[in-house]
Design a protein around this ligand. Structure first.
Ligand SMILES: Cc1cc2nc3c(=O)[nH]c(=O)nc-3n(C[C@H](O)[C@H](O)[C@H](O)COP(=O)(O)OP(=O)(O)OC[C@H]3O[C@@H](n4cnc5c(N)ncnc54)[C@H](O)[C@@H]3O)c2cc1C
Length: 410
């Protein structure tokens, strides 16, 4: 039962079957709703055994819990995930540093590095297995037409159907957001993130490493095969130059910029760049429309929080919608959607502003700021309660978590 009025063709149409949209599809299909999932690009086919995609994400404990609860985590483990137990962060402009250790808070790991394609494949397989799901792929969203008790969805392949609710999980350039007339605020960072997979002379010690350079942060994320996935944020001209270097020149520049912490860089593959920006939707809802993931918010990748926030959106929206359905309410009613927006918008904004602040603090060459951030890193490193609070926040273990993300919740 999903509310009064004429029966729509489906309960929820989700546009975008990326990591966030596919997670919502699992959550809603598991709750017995009829879901239409619309995706423009066919998901990745088979890949060679032992290969690693350059697009990976650092997942928090909260995100892993969502995948566990949805029954998709075991497939991800089978396809390959990389746990990390330590995080080391330091500033190129001084001696300040901080070391996070999972043992400090009594957990087996701080998080996992997982290829984006692994998440997407496991989630889509799970969603299909749950039943109640119609996958429209490849098909792009073309039109949205609000009606009294439903919203009409028009697709690029000519498909047309009615849904009680349409969810935009279609990324930063969301068509759902545009068609719903929801504006965005934000700014470009005048930075690009260069990603690649690299081999290093010394072992990564299951540690996520990050050095703050004046031009932007450089992260080495540990992979299960001993290599690292790097995210090197820098100005666009330098990013272009780095992509154009020979492998040997690039490996030398990378190792030097990383202070040879893992020795020399001995191999590199798959260099690609992504422009970075901060972007926040003015609202997360419109009549019978809700936005989740990058469609709602885009954040600097320096603390690896983007998809983690999106997964919490998906879990929170699933909870609100399923509770409304169980209570016999219209799942697309403004009350239901506003409840979701109130829950997630403040949390997301807080994290976005914190990351923006870090980016500016560590990007400044001004002496007083350099001194302050180095003292701050050392102080936080020495103050156990503060450090534990930072770890728990970064692991997604604090705040008003949706049921799916709560540890131990069955
Ligand atoms: C370099 C880099 C490193 C990052 N590292 C991390 C990290 O370590 N941890 C982390 O949490 N986050 C990280 N992020 C952020 C993370 O990648 C994003 O937050 C995440 O991809 C958002 O997922 P999404 O499903 O909301 O959107 P997307 O991944 O953009 O997926 C949107 C989907 O919608 C589909 N689509 C788009 N338009 C249409 C349409 N009109 N019709 C139908 N389908 C459509 C697309 O094909 C796509 O499949 C990083 C980002 C960058 C750039």
């Amino acid at each position: 039962m999903t509310g009064a009025g004429a029966r729509a063709d489906c309960d929820v149409a989700i546009v975008g079957a990326g990591m966030v949209g596919a997670t919502l599809a699992c959550g809603l299909a598991e709750g017995g709703l009829r879901v239409a999932l619309v995706e423009a690009t066919p998901p990745p086919g088979d890949w060679p055994a032992g290969s690693v995609d350059t697009r990976v994400s650092a997942l928090t404990a909260a995100s892993r819990q969502i995948f566990l609860r949805l029954g998709a985590w075991s497939d991800m483990v089978e396809l390959g995930v990389s746990p990390f137990g330590h995080m080391r962060v330091w500033d190129a402009g001084g001696r300040g540093s901080i070391h996070f250790d999972c043992a400090d808070i009594g957990t087996a790991q701080l998080g996992h590095i997982v290829e984006n394609r692994v998440m997407q494949r496991a989630l889509l397989a799970r969603a299909r297995g749950l039943g109640g799901l119609a996958l429209h792929c490849p098909a792009g969203l073309e039109t949205l037409e609000p009606r009294a008790a439903a919203i009409r969805v028009g697709l690029s392949d000519g498909g047309v159907f009615d849904a009680r609710l349409v969810v935009g999980a279609d990324g930063a350039a969301s068509r759902v957001r545009q068609l719903a007339g929801i504006g965005v605020r934000g700014w470009g960072y005048d930075q690009h993130a260069l990603v690649a997979t690299v081999a290093t002379e010394r072992p990564h010690e299951e540690t996520a490493w990050q050095r703050f350079l004046p031009t932007g942060p450089l992260a080495f994320l540990p992979l299960r095969d001993g290599r690292c996935s790097i995210v090197w944020s820098t100005d666009p001209a330098r990013a272009r130059e780095l992509v154009g270097l020979s492998d040997a020149e690039f490996m030398e520049r990378l190792a030097e910029s990383f202070e040879y912490r893992l020795g020399r860089v001995t191999g590199v593959s798959g260099r690609a760049t992504f422009p970075l920006r901060l972007q926040h939707a003015a609202g997360y809802t419109a009549p019978r429309v809700a936005l989740i993931g990058d469609a709602a918010h885009v954040i600097h990748p320096l603390a690896g929080q983007g998809v983690n926030l999106g997964l919490l959106d998906a879990a929170a929206l699933a909870e609100r919608v399923l509770d409304a359905a169980a209570a016999g309410m219209d799942i697309g009613a403004p009350r239901v959607l506003r409840g979701y927006e109130r829950w997630r918008k403040g949390d997301n904004l807080g994290m976005m502003l914190a990351m923006d602040g870090f980016k500016r603090l560590f990007g400044s060459a001004a002496s007083p700021l350099r001194l302050a951030r180095n003292l701050g890193l050392d102080f936080a490193d020495a103050a156990a309660p503060l450090k534990h609070a930072i770890i728990r926040r970064a692991m997604g273990l604090r705040g008003d978590l949706p049921r799916l993300a709560r540890q131990g919740y069955i």
